[in-house]
Design a protein around this ligand. Structure first.
Ligand code: GLU
Length: 412
């Protein structure tokens, strides 16, 4: 294991920080926000099913701990690298602060193509990663969770290996576990559900009826899948969904039953076949990118016809594209606000684990709704003051809380 303290900052979070213009950061404050406190790099030789050995690289970035233990997901993807994970950890720092959670921000990942690994290989890889991270993670220090291509099973293996290593029960070391292993009811649907609460709120503010609110969703995994299912339940018209293998468009709307079958069988409902790129340019009222980062960039941003974009993925819009969308008067509910439902219910899971409690799903969903709408309200009020985009207002709100904690600790 190799720990770098104060590594060179990734370029992305510096560009993202420019969104906070108007906050007038001192040189020291800027330096704190631009740099991850700790980047842990691990190298893991893992036995493959055919008897060969492959060496994998894993990363964990603990970006800033002023508000509490660092917290954020763990992704398995072939494009995972230090720059990407630092950018995502920076966003987690802002997201956790904006949601009012007692957490700093973190993120991790393993560079691999999980679709080419068997379940037993994924289990050995996960357990190797836990041993390689050692006690740099823990319920009081850094708490991972699911992210792209990881889920409850990954977290269950994580806890099992971690407890073996430390020699005592420590369920709160990760969140997003199976309910039987201490996971929270409502965690699986939480990210999608949180986004739908904001969709509902925004539609009410605009006087849009759910039926006339057409929606296109890029990404048909946990987040996009739950968003689609819950939006349709409320009467919204989901006309298109897409995933890594393509997508479908049905202008009259996808039926709930067809969506359910598609989600359980991991196939697409019937409709006109479209590509991921075509989905972004559909004539819909609401566009919901809920797959990977940087999908809307300066070369395709002007093709977006939607009036509202809800960023359910992390960083799906590049900085250049954000400017184009703002000029075109497309409203963006930014990732650090829109997809904060996942980590909010992760926090509820952590609290339940530490108190040895198990809450009913209704309680979880009600607390989630309150938290999402409170954050939306704070950002909306802030936007009226700073007079620009919701993203800028969300950054101001979030960074102010982090810097207050930094000041109280005497670090700035
Ligand atoms: N991976 C999710 C996110 O990006 C959840 C993180 C967590 O629950 O800690 O927000």
């Amino acid at each position: 294991m190799h720990i770098i303290n104060s590594p060179a900052c990734g370029a992305c979070q510096i560009r993202l920080l420019d969104v906070a213009q108007g906050l007038e950061l001192s040189t020291k404050e800027r330096a704190i926000l631009e740099h991850a406190q700790r980047v842990v790099t691990t190298t893991m030789p893992v036995s493959m099913d055919d008897g060969s050995t492959r060496v994998f690289t894993g990363l964990r970035v603990q970006y800033n701990d002023a508000l509490g233990p660092t917290k954020g997901g763990l992704r398995y993807h072939s494009e995972v690298d230090a720059g990407e994970v630092q950018e995502l950890a920076f966003l987690m720092m802002l997201k956790n602060s904006l949601a009012g959670l007692p957490y700093g921000g973190g993120k991790g990942g393993i560079t691999c193509d999980p679709k080419k690994l068997s379940t037993t290989e994924l289990e050995r890889l996960t357990r190797s990663f836990v041993r390689a991270l050692g006690t740099t993670v823990g319920p009081e220090t850094d708490i991972p969770a699911p992210d792209v291509n990881t889920g409850a099973q990954t977290m269950d293996w994580f806890v099992d290996e971690y407890e073996k290593m430390v020699g005592h029960p420590a369920r709160a070391v990760v969140t997003g576990k199976s309910v039987s292993e201490g996971g929270s009811l409502g965690r699986d649907s939480a990210t999608g559900r949180g986004g739908v609460y904001l969709l509902e709120k925004y539609a009410q503010e605009q006087g849009w009826s759910p039926k006339e609110t057409t929606i296109a969703i890029q990404g048909f995994g946990n987040v996009g899948g739950w968003f689609a299912r819950l939006a349709v339940e409320l009467g919204f018209t989901v006309v298109a969904v897409s995933g890594s293998k393509g997508g479908v468009y049905a202008p009259e709307g996808l039926a709930k039953a067809a969506l359910e079958t598609a989600l359980t069988s991991k196939t697409f409902p019937a409709g006109k076949e479209i590509t991921n790129e075509e989905l972004l340019a559909l004539p819909v009222r609401v566009l919901v990118p809920s797959a990977l980062a940087h999908q809307i960039h300066k070369y395709n941003a002007s093709t977006v016809q939607a009036e509202l974009v809800i960023e359910m993925a992390n960083a799906p819009i590049t900085v250049g594209a954000d400017d184009i969308l703002a000029q075109e008067k497309v409203v963006v509910i930014p990732d650090i606000l829109a997809n904060g439902g996942g980590v909010t219910v992760s926090y509820f899971e952590w609290v339940q684990n530490r108190a040895q409690e198990s809450w009913e799903e209704n309680k979880v969903n009600e607390l989630l709704k309150k938290s999402m709408l409170d954050a939306y309200e704070r950002v909306s009020v802030r936007r009226k003051k700073v007079g620009n985009t919701l993203r800028q207002a969300a950054y101001h709100e979030s960074i102010e809380r982090i810097l207050n904690a930094e000041r109280a600790r005497g670090r700035v």
